[in-house]
Design a protein around this ligand. Structure first.
Ligand code: ATP
Ligand code: MG
Length: 360
């Protein structure tokens, strides 16, 4: 079997705040899994790109950084953002500076109530909330288009232009329908605000109608984003795969993570579905400076992120095995304070590693 052992090249970018703590936990668990299963190997290289290096050098990504990253099979990313760098500088300097040139146009955010954890919703049990949010990740409201004039005057104007192209909407919707098709319920909820945003969102409606014809086996369900927040809270079991614009899905997925129990458990994949460029995997949460260095950051989001990365690389069994071990540890009550427990990052990580070693 060792002859077919696959080796994946992984670029690790822990970056800021709790990023290094959770990425280190994630890599420990990945290496334990690789050793226990013996079916794949990881060649991990670390990049120290962060807000600290930006403050020293003026750059988040050094010259030649993208060419270097391109040689990897996947990127494991921590979190970017620091108290002494404006958020729009750090976000565009590192995270979006990777997503955009690498055409990671599909942002995939699975959410479910893990066994052993509790949703803040009354009567919401494991299995009642099991969603995948597909977020447009290349344009829309975060296209960076717009400008300001008359700085500081009472008549100052700022424009933030949302860009929607038929090309990008179509490829994203096709990816969303495929995601819905791959899940047992084959249900896609298409979220817009086409009653108020009468250009871009109407284009989304029109393209959706065309792409839907290719997927007669997927049930299509349309919602306006405001009503959608209500449905997520009141009828979580009525949803499965969800697709929305960059801004709308950004907001809905934070809500989704909170409804599933904690922002400390949810993963994000930034995918280039054409596989021409490496895809990037990260926990949904940010750098969380309020808890950085305290050893209490929940590593579960990064474990789930690692599982999503393995599945994308083709290691679906390893991904499922990892999530099974994570859920067993949650069931045993070994959780960090955000999930109501008292365990540290390291204690949760050790427990997951022991579970892996016991199982395989
Ligand atoms: P950023 O600017 O990078 O998005 P932020 O502080 O605005 O950072 P988050 O980092 O997502 O946003 O943090 C929001 C809240 O959730 C914080 O109170 C933080 O402590 C908590 N939190 C985030 N991630 C985790 C985690 N992995 N474990 C426990 N708590 C977390
Ligand atoms: Mg934030």
């Amino acid at each position: 079997a060792s002859a077919e052992r696959r080796v994946y090249k992984i670029a690790s970018i822990p970056a800021d705040g709790i990023g290094p703590e959770v990425i280190s936990a994630g890599i420990t668990v990945l290496q334990t899994l690789s050793k226990a299963l013996g079916t794949f190997d990881l060649a991990i290289e670390h990049f120290d790109w962060s807000s600290a290096t930006y403050l020293k050098t003026g750059k988040y990504i050094p010259d030649g950084g993208h060419e270097k990253l391109k040689q990897f099979d996947a990127i494991l990313f921590g979190a970017v953002g620091a108290p002494n760098v404006p958020d729009h500088i750090s976000l565009w300097g590192l995270r979006l500076a990777i997503c955009q040139p690498f055409q990671q146009y599909a942002n995939v955010r699975p959410t479910r109530v893990l066994r052993g954890t509790q949703s803040p919703l009354r009567n919401c049990k494991t299995g009642d909330l099991d969603w995948v949010i597909v977020r447009e990740n290349s344009e829309g409201e975060y296209a960076g288009q717009g400008g300001r004039s008359h700085a500081g005057q009472p008549w100052e104007v700022a424009t933030e232009l949302a860009i929607f192209t038929r090309h990008a909407v179509e490829r994203l919707l096709r990816f969303a329908f495929e995601t819905a098709r791959s899940r047992p319920r084959k249900l896609l909820t298409f979220v817009t605000k086409s009653n108020a945003q009468r250009n871009g969102m109407v284009l989304w409606d029109e393209v959706c109608e065309i792409v839907a014809r290719e997927f007669p086996d997927v049930k299509l369900d349309k919602m306006l984003v405001d009503a959608m927040t209500v449905r997520m809270v009141l009828k979580p079991e009525s949803l499965d795969t969800i697709v929305a614009t960059n801004l709308h899905a950004d907001i809905l997925s934070d809500l989704a993570a909170a409804l599933a129990g904690s922002i400390g458990i949810a993963p994000t994949s930034n995918l280039d579905p054409t596989r021409k460029n490496p895809s990037m995997f990260e926990p949904i949460h940010g750098s969380a400076f309020d808890i950085a260095g305290k050893g209490i950051a929940n590593p579960v989001a990064t474990f789930w992120t690692a599982a999503e990365m393995l599945a994308w690389l083709g290691e679906k069994d390893a991904a499922a095995a990892l999530m099974e071990c994570v859920e067993r540890v949650c069931e045993r009550g070994i959780t960090t304070p955000d999930l109501g427990g008292t365990a540290t990052t390291v204690a949760v990580t050790d427990a997951v590693c022991q579970e892996i070693e016991r199982e395989f």
